[in-house]
Design a protein around this ligand. Sequence first.
Ligand SMILES: Cc1cc2nc3c(=O)[nH]c(=O)nc-3n(C[C@H](O)[C@H](O)[C@H](O)COP(=O)(O)OP(=O)(O)OC[C@H]3O[C@@H](n4cnc5c(N)ncnc54)[C@H](O)[C@@H]3O)c2cc1C
Length: 373
Amino acid sequence: MQLEFSEDDERFRQAARDWLAANAPTDTPPYDGQPARDYALSWLAKCHAGGWSGIGWPREYGGQSLAPSKLILWYEEYVRARAPSVLDCTFVSVNHAGPTLIALGTDEQKTFHLPRILEGKSVWCQGFSEPGAGSDLASLSTTGRVEGDEIVVNGQKIWTSFADIADYQELLIRTDPEQKRHRGLSWVICDMESPGITVRPIRNMAGVTHFAEVFYDDVRIPLSNVVGGLHDGWRTAMTTLGFERKTAAMGVQLALSIRIEDLIARAEPTPGSAMAERLADLRAEGAALRAMTYRTIFREPANPSEGSLMRLYFAELAQRIAQASMDVLGPEALTDTALTHDYLEAYSETIAGGTAEIQRNIIAERILGLPRE
Ligand SMILES: Cc1cc2nc3c(=O)[nH]c(=O)nc-3n(C[C@H](O)[C@H](O)[C@H](O)COP(=O)(O)OP(=O)(O)OC[C@H]3O[C@@H](n4cnc5c(N)ncnc54)[C@H](O)[C@@H]3O)c2cc1C
């Protein structure tokens, strides 16, 4: 897909390119713990000082009200500059907690949290999944008992990315025990320093503590921390996931093409060889993903479930690229810590944010019109 950009777009692109060339760090960021937090917050603070944090947010909340078509130029330049992955511990705050507060938060919530997020002063995590509720999120069982002007929370979350270094959490709980499934839930802002919270980091097979279990033992949260209405949390959660699945994914998707180009440059395949063919296929797939990303930005999808097509294609392509890096570079890849890290982490791509099986179910039922499972 070839798109034409206006002169104004090209000026914007050049400004982004110049700023990133002068400011973006290109070293490998720490993967977890306090060093990951310090690195990510300092990079976000630098972006903020340069006027580049939360650029898609409305102006009145500190952003630049940029249209998605401009945002895509920013992300293209961002990945070209090999700036730090947007999937760091500030991803939740900038890309979906902040936008959820803008859409459904109270004035008090917005005034307190939005500047802290954009200035790189707070880290958020997402407490949705539980041991018995992942793909079937509506079956969650962490409870919130309303007592006066507080909610008393008991239960457990799991796989909460960056919970050990987060200040706040998007916490989804059952506040009305009489209601079932999607009804009777609430989305609340949980201060991770609250008494009664225990965070137990989980080490994954890449050797990093990217996520954690979180236990809640009579944790008291002010009722004023409910976002989008008491017992109406499913609507808020869908708003959050909508942000996560649309514009927030752009930077991650576009970064795949750069990884393919870097692999090609490093492997120096002989033209016509099997390796060259495999890398050419990956380059074509990267271009296809880019075209799909553009399409969702430039036209309203005919079917809201189209996001699942892109999510699935992205996840499986990320795994193919990681596998190709290992195969093509051989022993050299094993001595490259960043590459082995990416390879091991790629296994989680078809689980996080909705598994490949669930995406296939959505595509089958809601796009292809096949019978429900
Ligand atoms: C790296 C990573 C980061 C994460 N970060 C967060 C986070 O920050 N916050 C958060 O809340 N969660 C997070 N998660 C959790 C993630 O959302 C869940 O792992 C995911 O939704 C799947 O849920 P589950 O693990 O409970 O698996 P389950 O839902 O128990 O599924 C187990 C298996 O059964 C299959 N399956 C389930 N239902 C069906 C069905 N109807 N049809 C066909 N197959 C089915 C699944 O595809 C899977 O293979 C993260 C996960 C990963 C891997």
